[in-house]
Design a protein. Structure first.
Length: 175
């Protein structure tokens, strides 16, 4: 099974991010968008996991202790390798703190994510057609700082298909 740990996003946040995706002109770049139902805040990608390891992973994640906190969308960016369009999340220290707690619980089972940054992947850039206009557009995109509560995280399964990934919830973990 292909697994990851993530924070689910409220519907109004997904709706806002979907509007943002739709605001991009296909004349500027070819982008494979993440579907609205799959938008999430990744905390840790686990990769391929044996079914017999699932109970151990769930038990470890149950012991993650964190305080519920408010977060908000904090801006729009392109990844360092220019392959992904991202929406930032703040406060960075609270999100990173939660990610580190997840990471610490799974440290001996999976690699540590030393380069974690809090973001939502909106899409993957396949081809930039008009670089200057595309970069100008990115600089001028306004993301409304919607607030939402982070009260839980989820262990998710990702099944890859020709039409894109299908996500399913394995288990929810509350504060």
């Amino acid at each position: 099974m292909r697994l990851f740990v993530a924070v689910d996003l409220p519907q109004e946040i997904r709706d806002e991010l979907y509007k943002l995706q739709k605001s991009f002109s296909p004349n500027l770049a070819k982008i494979k968008w993440v579907s609205k139902k799959n938008l999430h805040l990744s905390l840790k990608f686990l990769g391929e996991v044996e079914v017999e390891d699932l109970k151990k992973i769930k038990d470890r994640l149950k012991s993650v202790n964190f305080e519920q906190f408010s977060a908000n969308l904090s801006g729009f960016e392109i990844s360092n390798n220019s392959k992904s369009l991202l929406c930032g999340i703040s406060p960075m220290d609270k999100v990173v703190g939660l990610q580190q707690k997840v990471d610490e619980e799974l440290l001996d089972l999976f690699d540590s994510d030393q380069k974690f940054s809090s973001h939502i992947t909106l899409g993957r850039v396949k081809l930039v057609k008009k670089e200057k206009e595309f970069m100008d557009f990115l600089k001028n995109v306004n993301v409304w700082p919607f607030k939402f509560e982070i009260k839980q995280f989820r262990l998710m399964e990702s099944k890859l298909t020709k039409d894109g990934p299908i996500y399913s919830i394995i288990e929810k973990f509350n504060k």
